[in-house]
Ligand binder design. Sequence first.
Ligand code: COA
Length: 125
Amino acid sequence: MLKFWREAAEGTSISDDYDGVARLVRTDPEALLLAERDGLLVGTVIAGFDGWRCSAYRLAVHPQWRRQGVGSALMEAAERRFVALGGRRADAMVLEANERAQRAWGAGGYRREDHWRRWVKPLTG
Ligand SMILES: CC(C)(COP(=O)(O)OP(=O)(O)OC[C@H]1O[C@@H](n2cnc3c(N)ncnc32)[C@H](O)[C@@H]1OP(=O)(O)O)[C@@H](O)C(=O)NCCC(=O)NCCS
């Protein structure tokens, strides 16, 4: 998974290490959705629902498999999970510079909201 994200994902996450992925799989294994072709991992999304908010993270498709509907299929799978759990609205954080991702989320029916900024505070040293 970590190797795949190094090749396919955009940027890095604070949880991008063995412990981060292990914690996700322990906490909510069904949140990690994988796309496979012929036994090979070609795409991922984390569909996180905490009972309040539906957030999609780490949408990534291997460069060789892009523009073939894999990203859309992953988005739809995430949305099905959210709906099944009672979620009401899905969201994704998309980098301002990531135009390709903006187009993909836009094609999936997502709309940008301009009145937010992310506020963060690291919890580990
Ligand atoms: C963004 C990403 C997941 C899209 O995956 P994908 O499998 O190529 O997406 P799809 O084939 O399902 O594309 C669905 C639609 O999104 C839009 N789209 C996707 N990639 C696009 C691109 N490079 N340029 C313009 N539009 C694009 C198109 O409307 C496309 O429909 P179409 O191919 O019929 O025109 C993939 O490019 C990726 O992994 N990028 C790097 C990681 C990343 O940025 N992830 C998003 C983090 S927020």
